[in-house]
Design a protein around this ligand. Sequence first.
Ligand code: MRU
Length: 351
Amino acid sequence: MSENEIRPIKWSGENLELLDQTRLPREEVTVTVGTYQQAVVAIRDMQVRGAPAIGVTAAYAVAMAARDIEVNGRQEFMAQLEAAACEIAAARPTAVNLQWAVRRMVDLASADGDVDGIPGRLLDEAKRIHLEDEQINRRMGDYGKDLIPDGGSVLTHCNAGALATAGFGTAIGVIRAGWEDGKRFQVFNTETRPFLQGARLTAWEFQKLGIPSKLIVDSAAGLLMRQGKINCIITGADRIAANGDTANKIGTYSLAVLAKENRIPFYIAAPISTIDLSLPDGDQIQIEERPEEEVTHLQGVAIAPEGVQAINPAFDVTPNGYVSAIITEAGVARPPFLESLNLAVVGSTHI
Ligand code: MRU
């Protein structure tokens, strides 16, 4: 593993040190997060973002909350921990990894009879979630890399790279694994309006990795597909329902429809923690609405007339019929997803 690996989340022993993603690519600065309340703000303001990364941050946030509670009997401790956990889980609504990590932490505390030892064991669990995430991404890369055609091209949307995870990335992890396997291909990445995760973060990651990528405006994707310049699409996911309907960054649905129209395979790469079997389909996935200013302003500068109204849904849902396969750490799930995803989650075994 090279020393140049991008790792957006570090535990210093007392605090979380987050690579501030609102300042990239212009500045590589970290923000210190020392309480669970500060972690909630960092997640909400997208200093840390991407489904797995906010899950890891949330796990540490629960551990910090536990550390900072004055233990006054088990019942009182658990009540305070549950209250903090609810706040953390509500920081952003769409990515299920956030709630998944909080639940895993609270379940561990609930099952632990020795209240004095809970904070230490929660911190160990957060570290475990952190470590596991990068290992999972590397496994996904191994399973998914064969889907990228050697000598061809791949399009990705938003940022599903190391920055969006503990390291290595999901969709970008698959692309990276293919590249490191010796394949050569062209990458296209969308700028991803309005928050510009593609232009700011994905382009930065590909530069660091030395993988050739060309930045395109979101609306250029259809033209390139029609011209035969894109051979496959790989994106990440924020929540996948039991039937394979997938919530991801706004604009993913349009890409998937265009891909089907142009007979281009459309792949999702996501860990099992992104699969939410409690939802039968994507209609019940809550879509985060973000501030209008993210649409009307660019880095603080107004680009629309003052007083104009905007709406800013941050995610959309791609129906399963547009998804060719879902790459997980248990293997590549193919339609019918109801069966293959269930096998991945419940069996956690090779699909
Ligand atoms: O709003 P963001 O930047 O948190 O949205 C991120 C995405 O939509 C990613 O594609 C998704 O979280 C997967 S990250 C590995």
